[in-house]
Design a protein around this ligand. Sequence first.
Ligand code: PGA
Length: 250
Amino acid sequence: MRRKVIAGNWKMNMLPGEAIEMINELTPLVKDTKNEVILCVPYTDLFYALLTAQNTNIKIGAQNMHFEESGAYTGEVSGKMLKSINVEYVIIGHSERRQYFAETDETVNKKIKAAFKYDLKPIVCVGETLEQREAGKANEIITKQTELALEGLSNEQVENTIIAYEPIWAIGTGKTATSEDANNSIKEIRNKISEIYGEETASKVIIQYGGSVKSSNAKELFNMSDIDGGLVGGASLKAEEFSKIVNYDK
Ligand code: PGA
């Protein structure tokens, strides 16, 4: 049985004071869950979030990293740096980074490898645009993105990669994929992993759904056979709403 992993993606929101307040409010609300709880916060919040979440079941992640360890890359933060302050997770290849910051399947692959080098757990995003979906190309796109993202990884690394299937048209739009559609897309991704890495490895990979997840639709989505939790944007900014998503099974 795969565990459920519920990760918040704060994007470019929340000042340190707000981060501390949110985590303090969230802590008692999620302390009894058996689901894994992660908050992926802006770089400037990381240190505060890590301190505030100490001795709780809330894990902290970053939203991006560079694939090089150090050097002349002004404005970038490396996996080694994240690891040095005990960050545990890192989102890689979010569609907003692919769209606005020239992230490619190649840089995504390099970043995943660098994440493993520094013992960070990657949450890798894949997803199709509305245009691609309407052209009947969604499955082709998401399985290709998955294949290229995981290229050259060992089976053990693949098993420790979290994949977030996020149809781009569902992100921040209030439109959610139906639970059946989301589950089918995730099955396609799992089948692709099975083809390349074998069924046992594929059965262990956590694959989340992301895109307008909220407390009112979390239960239906997360109860589907292949959806192992969610990557939650807007609804992760408020402790109470996010706690209801984490506690969807209560
Ligand atoms: P959303 O964002 O929940 O606000 O749609 C999800 C994401 O982009 O990770």
